[in-house]
Design a binder for this molecule. Structure first.
Ligand code: NDP
Length: 449
């Protein structure tokens, strides 16, 4: 296995996030490969770690000062063994092929866990939507999708949102695709309600995360009721995780953005959450404003060179990192353990460093990897695709019922796969093994392609 990892590092230099994601999976599935010669013979893990296709393109657009801007756009079509490529689009200055390969690799496992026919992909651009006018965002999205349009399709590759890409951006991209393809098809998910979108898609990732946590707590005869919850981020995933925590009787006490974090000891209630949604989704402001509105809350600026993130040193029962990759390191993990946190549920993709994850798992905390606990978003995207295929809409209750059932199944699949390989209760190993087996078997059935 160390040879495979060495090869991955050599073939993908300067891509630490991709190496990290690869290493975690390679370690977890080692017992499966040891037991099943067919996976080794067919070089399944090596093939899974090589994208089926990577598209890289120039995106030119004009800003409000009439200056020509040049950005880079990408799509990583990682694996289509069990369905069309599916995965979000991220607009953030940190986007480069290594980040997208890690995300597309994780996505392949996540999508397999949902039980739906979805392959894995991810895309994005180094475009920074922060501080841009509506017109600039629209112009960028249109030019980005004018190129990507020719590589996607409702049976080929169906992108969705991610960091920096919400309903507004999906709308602009869909509009451009419709114009140049002259077709009204579900080529993107996360569309607006009333023009192809599914009820509950916006809520699904955060809600699914908390449903998964509830399932984990039930294995200990416990529940979300009365739990103090630390949440990072303040975007789509964080907002809806907070909403579901409140609905299940828990007390969310924090939010963050890349400038700093808020600690509200009294708890974030539905009125305060409405303020956060307005602030982040419409006014596009900073979380600092929360402390201006609610003076009992404390705002702390994040220091970029700091060795740890003080949001994870707040006393609580459950921690839900919902911002970005590697936002919680080994010092933060030790703080969670010292403070008696019982559960860490990943809302973001790979928010714990490898060292942090080992600390959390070895100290016996309930820990769910993002590929399992944030799969509710893509699962509901799959449900949006189903509605688009049949040309109908389901009620919010119907979609939520399906979402809850999918999260329960993923939880059960993780437990069973971990147990089968002598790692009872280890959701990380369980998620990797369950996702791997499904994709690997499909790849073998489909031959060497
Ligand atoms: P959004 O763009 O809606 O929100 C991201 C949030 O994280 C923002 O509040 C942003 O703050 C904050 N953030 C970004 N970088 C940092 C940082 N370095 N430190 C602290 N805060 C930071 O994205 P989403 O909520 O959609 O996505 C969040 C995570 O969840 C990502 O890892 C994404 O891949 C994952 N995910 C999302 C899904 C979805 O359905 N949306 C599905 C599955 C996973 P700022 O405003 O300063 O940028």
């Amino acid at each position: 296995m160390s040879d495979i990892l060495a090869l991955i590092k050599e073939r993908n230099p300067g891509e630490p996030e991709f190496h990290q994601a690869a290493e975690e999976v390679i370690e977890s599935v080692k017992p499966v490969l040891d037991k099943n010669e067919k996976y080794r013979k067919h070089k399944i893990i090596e093939r899974m770690l090589e994208p089926e296709r990577m598209i890289s393109f120039r995106v030119t657009w004009i800003n409000d000062n009439d200056e020509v801007q040049v950005n880079r756009g990408y799509r990583v079509q990682m694996n289509s063994a069990i369905g069309p490529y599916k995965g979000g689009i991220r607009f953030h200055p940190s986007v480069y092929p290594g980040i997208l390969k890690f995300l597309a690799f994780e996505q392949t496992f996540k999508n397999a866990l949902t039980g739906l026919p979805l392959g894995g992909g991810k895309g994005g651009s180094d475009f920074n939507p922060k501080g841009k006018s509506n017109r600039e965002v629209m112009h960028f999205c249109q030019n980005f999708f004018a190129e990507l349009s020719r590589h996607v399709g409702n049976r080929t590759d169906v992108p969705a949102g991610d960091i920096g890409v919400g309903g507004r951006e999906i709308g602009y991209m869909f509009g451009m695709h419709k114009k140049i393809s002259n077709e009204y098809t579900g080529v993107l998910t996360g569309k607006g309600i009333g023009w192809g979108g599914s009820l509950m898609r916006t809520e699904a990732t955060g809600y699914g995360l908390v449903y998964f946590a509830q399932n984990m707590l039930e294995t200990k005869n416990d529940s979300m009721e009365g739990k103090t919850c630390l949440v990072s981020g303040s975007g789509n995933v964080a907002q809806h995780a907070i909403e579901k925590i409140i609905q299940l009787g828990g007390k969310p006490v924090s939010i963050s953005d890349s400038s700093g974090f808020i600690y509200d000891e009294e708890g974030i209630d539905t009125d305060k959450l409405a303020f956060i949604k307005d602030l982040k989704n419409y006014r596009r402001g900073r979380v600092k404003e929360y402390a201006d509105k609610y003076p009992q809350a404390v705002y702390t600026e994040t220091k970029s060179a700091a060795s740890s993130n003080p949001i994870w040193d707040i006393k609580g029962d459950c921690a839900f990192p919902c911002a970005t990759q590697n936002e919680l390191n080994e010092i933060d993990a030790q703080n969670l353990v010292n403070n008696g946190v019982k559960l860490v549920g990943e809302g973001a993709n790979m928010p714990l460093t490898a060292e942090a994850m080992h600390i959390v798992v070895s100290n016996g905390l309930l820990y769910s990897p993002g590929k399992a606990s944030n799969a509710g978003g893509v699962a509901t995207s799959g449900i949006e695709m189903m509605q688009n295929y049949i040309g109908n809409y389901w009620t919010a209750e119907e979609v939520d019922k399906r979402l809850q059932a999918i999260m329960k199944n993923i939880h059960q699949s993780c437990l069973e796969a971990a147990e089968q390989y002598g790692q009872a209760g280890n959701y990380m190993v369980g998620a990797n093994i369950a996702g791997f087996a499904k994709v690997a078997d499909a790849m073998i059935d489909q031959g060497i392609v």
